[in-house]
Design a binder for this molecule. Structure first.
Ligand code: ZN
Length: 184
């Protein structure tokens, strides 16, 4: 984007966040980060950010606003490769593949376990389009509930380890202990 467009983004944020202090370097620092991206893409991300009630009074930084966006160069690169997700068969631009795949894997896991242990169908599409923050909260809350349902064994131990890691605690089971159950 141009310097004028980058300025527009900063000014727009200023309108919605009166506590956003614009010092001398703000415009140039933001421009440094935003320059490789399309104004429309970043503007859309900003709009989503401002609309989300979770972000009330929070101020995004330019790295947050450009996360997962493709730069203009990436977008205009000839011969964009389309791949299909082995989990859901959806066709995806290869630049978006790893984000899609990681989310798709987690959502498939949630859907399967929810059906199995809670007899509840989850909305795959809704979980796929949730923001990272919303999805992360849901995922870890679900995992904790699931932990209580799982029978003692490898899956329970490794899930408990993951939850503990996520919460910044020491893991409870060593690799050997987790897999002990596998040997007959
Ligand atoms: Zn998929």
């Amino acid at each position: 984007m141009t310097k004028e467009e980058s300025t527009k983004i900063v000014d727009r944020l200023k309108i919605y966040r009166q506590n956003f202090m614009i010092g001398n370097n703000v415009y140039s620092e933001w421009f440094k980060v935003l320059e490789p991206y399309d104004f429309e893409d970043v503007n859309k991300k900003l709009e989503e950010y401002l609309k989300n009630a979770d972000n009330y009074n929070r101020i995004p930084d330019p790295y947050y606003l450009t996360k997962f966006l493709n730069t203009i160069e990436q977008k205009t690169k000839k011969g964009v490769i389309i791949v299909s997700c082995p989990l859901c068969n959806k066709k995806i631009n290869d630049l978006e593949f790893s984000n899609h795949y990681n989310r798709c894997l987690s959502v498939k896991f949630l859907c399967k376990e929810s059906k199995k242990y809670f007899n509840r169908e989850l909305d795959y599409e809704k979980l796929m389009s949730a923001s990272d923050k919303k999805f992360g909260d849901f995922y870890w809350n679900f995992s904790k509930k699931l932990l209580d349902q799982l029978p003692d064994g490898v899956q329970k131990h490794s899930l408990e380890n993951s939850i503990r890691l996520y919460e910044g605690k020491e893991i409870k089971f060593s690799k050997e202990e987790v897999f002990e159950q596998c040997t007959f």
